[in-house]
Design a protein around this ligand. Structure first.
Ligand code: M6R
Length: 606
């Protein structure tokens, strides 16, 4: 989604803005722009397409020389990607960058048009720029407060006023924004990686707080202009974590980071061989008593939730439903104070997931958030937070976040099962011990990389694929299919293998690749029958199975094996070939692995 940056200080502002925007490219965007004070005037430059187009334009057109300005990468919502629709947008005395959606922009536009304003772009954002202009009577904060009273929707705004070349203003609601703190220089940014090269210190801007950012200080107030004191946070991210570190793509680096990410996530939560989630405020008594668990998330995080459902229901015998957040929020769910909602999110900013959290709170349920980004909105709003320690995930395709999300679902399931007396201490320790072997097992699973590269060469020309599996293998099929389609643009569907006969098998024809995930001993015979069914109809069969598994001659055109673990833990290694297949197919197709078309890393709008 859109990325916001801003800088005020002694450095070359244009240079800082471009460099900071480059660190936000991973969020997904289709145009970029900056507005910089130069000799008292606001100079705006924008360009459709990649950031390099804007850099080129700065060379050939005009390079604003100044020390205060704002910048933006836009992910189009209202109006196509174009130079004109790119941010910043301006009024006569103001320029702004915006992340989010202004829901009532049509009404505002009508009002402003009646006041004589004209509009250049098709964006919702331009109405905010013009509205600020309309209300501005010499005090920027007054104008901002009036605008906040009129706009509906989600926003993070970076604002500069022509009369105040020595400051930046910022405000947010439902979209993230931080204020970076340096020595005689300050920043604004959507995300910490944008400013990590300059400073690790930042403030988190809360809902409807207004920040006035000078080079040597930052002032905060609320919408009644009451001053607010805030604490500086020091990020524990390091620059290297946000660099490719010798890998060709972030996705490949992040796939290989999984052993370490899982290790870092689980190790502090194992005490004397037992899972211990007390750090996030989870109470064993409560765990025993929840009537029902609702897991709500989007995309890959939702697939980690499906794994969680299987594992919690199997071990702890508590009913779990898993919902796609955008469906959950509108389906009138029945939640009670006796239920627990678990929201899972890498970014902690996903709009629909956040809305589900609000719904749970409205209905009196407690919310446990499993989140990777520290201090993100979801983490701050939930009742309990279990941080995953994957480090920054830059590639749009989520890989290491999935593994760490699953790993905490296991700890939770073990702890719940023990708290409920369904497993005894010995069994709980045995399962926990096996979980600690996962980082090594993932490392070992990476040995299938060459094989995956080879199998990927057989997939590049495919127009469509099926992924099938049963139980936990079905959850993994969903994840494998999402990974492949989002980056390789090859259509694929995941199906519960037993459901094929109810319609989908009619799609199977000679050469259709069918990837079967077949790691669950108890379901293996049944899945094998499904593989036979598609094979006999001409499918090109690729099977992911446990090492040492025997299959009938000729049933698998390609067999990819992963280390054999307890069935319940197999998803932790099975995901590796699925990620690698998607990765290498995309590389072989010559596509942009880390920034697939139309997608954003952090989906902060509905
Ligand atoms: O930040 P979140 O975990 O809430 O994001 C959820 C999805 O948008 C995300 O997992 C998405 O599906 C990924 N691109 C999948 O690789």
């Amino acid at each position: 989604m859109c990325g916001i940056v801003g800088y005020i200080g002694e450095r070359d502002c244009t240079d800082v803005l471009i460099s900071s925007l480059s660190k936000l490219e991973y969020r997904g965007y289709d145009s970029a722009g900056i507005a910089v004070f130069e000799n008292g005037e606001i100079e705006v430059q924008k360009a459709k397409g990649e950031l390099k187009n804007l850099s080129e334009k700065l060379k050939t057109d005009h390079y604003p020389e100044g020390h205060c300005g704002i910048g933006h990468t836009r992910w189009a919502t209202h109006g196509e990607p174009s130079d004109i629709n790119s941010h910043p947008h301006s009024g006569k005395r103001v320029s702004i960058v915006h992340n989010g959606i202004i829901e009532n922009y049509k009404d505002l536009k009508k009002f402003l048009t009646s006041k004589g304003y004209t509009f250049e772009s098709e964006t919702d954002t331009e109405t905010v720029a013009k509205l600020l202009d309309y209300y501005y009577e010499g005090d920027p904060v007054d104008a901002i407060i009036k605008v906040l009273g009129d706009v509906r929707g989600a926003y993070a705004l970076g604002i500069i006023f022509k009369d105040f070349p020595d400051r930046i203003f910022a405000v947010r609601k439902d979209s993230p924004l931080i204020i970076g703190v340096g020595d005689d220089e300050n920043f604004i940014a959507s995300d910490v990686p944008a400013i990590l090269q300059y400073t690790k210190k930042h403030y988190l801007l809360e809902e409807n707080e207004i920040a006035t950012i000078h080079s040597d200080r930052v002032e905060f107030c609320d919408i009644h202009k009451t001053n607010i004191e805030k604490e500086v946070i020091v990020s524990d991210l390091d620059m290297d974590a946000a660099e490719k570190g010798g890998y060709e793509h972030f996705m490949l680096k992040e796939i290989h980071e999984q052993p370490n990410a899982v290790n870092t996530t689980i190790t502090p939560r194992i005490v004397n061989g037992m899972p211990d989630l007390s750090e996030c405020g989870i109470d064993l008594e409560d765990l025993k008593n929840y009537r029902k668990i609702f897991i709500v998330a989007c995309g890959t995080a939702m697939h980690a939730g499906v794994v969680g459902k299987y594992v919690i229901e199997k071990l702890a015998r508590t009913e779990v439903t898993v919902d796609i957040a955008s469906e959950f929020r509108y389906r009138n769910p029945i939640l009670t104070p006796d239920d627990l909602m678990i929201v899972i999110s890498q970014s902690g900013e996903t709009a629909d997931t956040k809305a589900a959290l609000h719904l749970a709170h409205d209905m009196g349920s407690k919310v446990l958030a499993i989140v990777n980004v520290k201090g993100s909105s979801i983490a701050r709003e939930a009742d309990m937070v279990l941080y995953t320690h994957a480090g920054p995930e830059i590639s749009v395709a989520s890989t290491k976040a999935f593994s760490v999300q699953m790993s905490v679902m296991y700890l939770l399931a073990f702890e719940m099962a023990y708290a409920k007396g369904i497993i005894d201490e010995e069994e709980c320790k045995r399962l926990t011990e096996e979980l600690t072997t996962i980082p090594d097992a993932i490392d070992k699973a990476m040995e299938c990389e060459e094989k995956c590269k080879y199998v990927a060469s057989k997939l590049v020309t495919a127009h469509s694929l099926l992924y099938i599996g049963r139980g936990l293998d079905y959850a993994l099929s969903m994840e494998g299919s999402l990974k492949l389609k989002e980056i390789s643009y090859i259509h694929s569907e995941s199906y519960a293998a037993g459901e094929l006969k109810h319609g989908t098998i009619s799609l199977v024809e000679k050469g259709l690749p069918v990837i079967s995930v077949a790691t669950q001993n108890a379901l293996l015979e049944k899945t094998v029958s499904n593989i036979e069914e598609v094979k006999s109809r001409g499918a090109f069969t690729i099977t992911v199975a446990k090492e040492g598994e025997e299959f009938a001659e000729g049933i698998n055109d390609e067999l990819i094996t992963v280390p054999a673990l307890d069935d319940i833990l197999m998803p932790m290694v099975t995901v590796i070939p699925l990620q690698l297949l998607a990765y290498y197919t995309t590389v072989l197709k010559g596509l942009n692995v880390d920034k697939p078309r139309n997608l954003a890393k952090s989906v902060t709008v509905e």
